[in-house]
Design a protein around this ligand. Structure first.
Ligand SMILES: Cc1cc2nc3c(=O)[nH]c(=O)nc-3n(C[C@H](O)[C@H](O)[C@H](O)COP(=O)(O)OP(=O)(O)OC[C@H]3O[C@@H](n4cnc5c(N)ncnc54)[C@H](O)[C@@H]3O)c2cc1C
Length: 264
């Protein structure tokens, strides 16, 4: 078995393990979760959570979704087969955390929500143009309410234009032609361009042109653009780029790179 480099190892990807993994990742920790089964157990077990747990789930980034799969349980009543009440208790209304004092839920639905990586920012490079995939991709992102955390990129300017024309609410990377304009035009002319993209995602160099220069990075920042470099698998190289002002590093080896880039 190969060694795993992580700040925290969590054994078990039930609701407790998955919520803990999200909360640790939000605090900048690298986490490895070890689970013995490939899929979550599909049958209900836990059925109830209180207002404090509601608040914890909200801090995992799935508050609205959890409200939609749970219902307030003001009254808890046990009856016998004839319908006579045997036991009745309950806590009506909201608890001090702002969530219902008691909520009922279906555990597999909650586990499905927790495994959507609700707070992770994603970068999707659209490589396919035939058959067209912009419309189904945007529908998928909207269904998951994920536009605000997904940057869409493509080597093909027409694909990015199609994304923007359809009113995509999230960020888009610059097309290659837009990056070329950034390099070729004087600053004043660049400022007049209608940049809609928010990120210049570039290699270290393309032919004789080097992008890993303070001048290029500053020029992007002047325009309010983020600068992400691909593909960097060497931690020392990544640290050099960050020192130059790079905002993001795209890597094939995040397990090695993330610890190297964490603030000391
Ligand atoms: C019939 C039934 C009814 C229940 N009703 C309620 C209820 O009403 N309210 C309530 O709060 N709780 C209830 N529970 C308990 C409920 O299962 C837990 O509250 C909930 O699942 C706990 O979540 P968890 O993440 O701690 O553990 P689990 O959901 O049990 O997840 C643990 C995970 O760890 C994995 N794992 C364990 N050991 C290892 C290992 N060595 N290596 C790798 N993976 C491992 C398991 O495969 C599992 O996926 C009920 C349980 C049952 C069986």
């Amino acid at each position: 078995m190969s060694a795993i480099d992580a700040d925290v190892a969590i054994v078990g990807y039930g609701p407790v393990g998955s919520a803990l993994a999200i909360l640790l990742a939000q605090r900048g920790r690298s986490v490895t979760v070890l689970e013995r089964w490939p899929e979550a157990y599909p049958l209900p077990r836990a059925v109830h959570f209180d207002h404090e747990v509601g608040r914890i789930l909200q801090s995992c980034g799935i508050g609205d979704e959890v409200r939609s799969i749970s219902q307030p349980a003001d009254l808890y009543e046990w009856r016998n087969g004839a319908g006579a009440t045997l036991l009745r208790f309950g806590t009506p209304g909201d608890g001090p955390s702002g969530w219902p004092a008691a909520s009922m839920f279906n555990q597999p639905s909650l586990e499905a929500l927790l495994t959507t990586f609700p707070t992770t920012r994603l970068n999707i490079d659209i490589k396919q143009w035939q058959p067209p995939m912009v419309a189904p991709l945007l529908a998928l992102l909207r269904r998951h309410k994920a536009e605000h955390r997904v940057t869409l990129a493509s080597f093909r300017a027409r694909t990015l234009l199609a994304v923007r024309r359809r009113g995509y609410g999230g960020e888009t990377a610059l097309a290659q032609t837009e990056v070329a304009a950034l390099l070729a035009l004087p600053r004043r002319a660049i400022r007049a361009l209608p940049f809609v993209g928010t990120a210049a995602q570039v290699p270290l160099k393309a032919g004789p042109i080097r992008f890993d220069r303070v001048g290029f990075i500053d020029r992007c920042h002047d325009l309010g653009l983020r600068v992400d470099f691909w593909t960097v698998d060497d931690p020392a190289e990544a640290r050099r780029l960050i020192a130059l002002g790079a905002d993001g590093i795209m890597t094939d080896d995040p397990a090695r790179m993330a610890p190297a880039l964490r603030p000391r």
